[in-house]
Design a protein around this ligand. Structure first.
Ligand code: DGL
Length: 267
């Protein structure tokens, strides 16, 4: 078999992973994509590791039951908490996302990089290991950002609340002379216009979704599991949260109206 038209499953604690889904859609136009927003349990950033790992396994099981050929964990927090377990439990390709420390260290001129992420990601063993492996050549300032992903969950991409939070989290990094800023949570790319306003044109922003999408393409290509070029691509969206609240937020973030389905109760 040289192609595989089964869907790719993508999930996040909520709507943040749509920043990754958009990139995958742009790079792989023939693929069918299934997206799960675990909004009923968001944010993951302040939940215990075991809970996140359990949710990640339950959602992966659901996506497998929908016929997924690969899973993209479009959440830094869930990747740090659960990807090793997921790879042990499930035999299909599982692609994760982590803060782009390596490219940031390669790009910085000031030698100081900032990382915005959830508290769970910053405190994780996986992040400590990432810094050990790739963060030695620069000063890495990891800033936990409680409350920021919630703004995106509510569709609040500008206004006083996200502005105040971003000021609080970014000013100390700017004072310490960062010239490179890593978006270490998939919700944050949706706040880029606001972030740019605060950090100005001299600080580079790194969003790892392009690297994740490339990695997904490489893996599927290697396995001869990309969809046919004449395949009818589609998309389905599911949430464990409130459909009425989440559907307009997803439609707004994607810039088009989508249909949102409730995640079946068993999940
Ligand atoms: N989007 C998630 C991430 O990439 C986490 C947001 C949250 O649920 O706290 O880390």
């Amino acid at each position: 078999m040289n192609s595989d038209n089964r869907p790719i499953g993508v999930f996040d604690s909520g709507v943040g992973g749509l920043s990754v889904l958009q990139q995958i859609r742009a790079d792989l136009p023939h693929e069918t994509l299934l997206y799960v927003a675990d909004s009923g349990h968001a944010p993951y950033g302040d939940k215990p590791t075991d809970f996140i790992a359990q949710r990640a396994a339950i959602i992966t099981q659901f996506l497998l039951e929908q016929g997924a050929k690969a899973i993209v964990v479009a959440c830094n927090t869930a990747t740090a908490a659960a990807i090793a377990d997921l790879r042990r439990q499930f035999s299909i390709p599982i692609i994760g996302i982590e803060p782009a420390v390596k490219p940031a260290v390669a790009m910085t001129r000031s030698g100081v990089i900032g990382i915005l992420a959830t508290g769970q990601t910053v405190d994780s063993a996986k992040f400590a290991d990432l810094l050990n492996r790739h963060g030695q050549q620069a000063q890495v300032l990891a800033q936990p950002c409680p409350g920021l992903a919630d703004c995106v969950e509510r569709g609040e991409l500008n206004g006083p609340r996200p502005q105040a939070l971003l000021n609080r989290y970014l000013q100390p990094l700017l004072t310490q002379n960062i010239d490179t800023l890593v978006l270490g949570c998939t919700h944050y790319p949706f706040l880029k216009p606001l972030i740019k306003q605060i950090i100005g044109p001299k600080v580079m922003i790194i969003d790892p979704s392009a690297a994740v999408s490339r990695q997904l393409s490489r893996i599927l290509e290697g396995l001869h599991q990309l969809a046919d070029s004449d395949a009818l691509s589609g998309e389905r969206y599911f949430t464990s949260g409130c459909v009425e609240h989440t559907a307009p937020v997803i439609s707004r973030l994607l810039g088009r109206t989508i249909t949102l389905e409730p995640l079946p109760l068993a999940f």
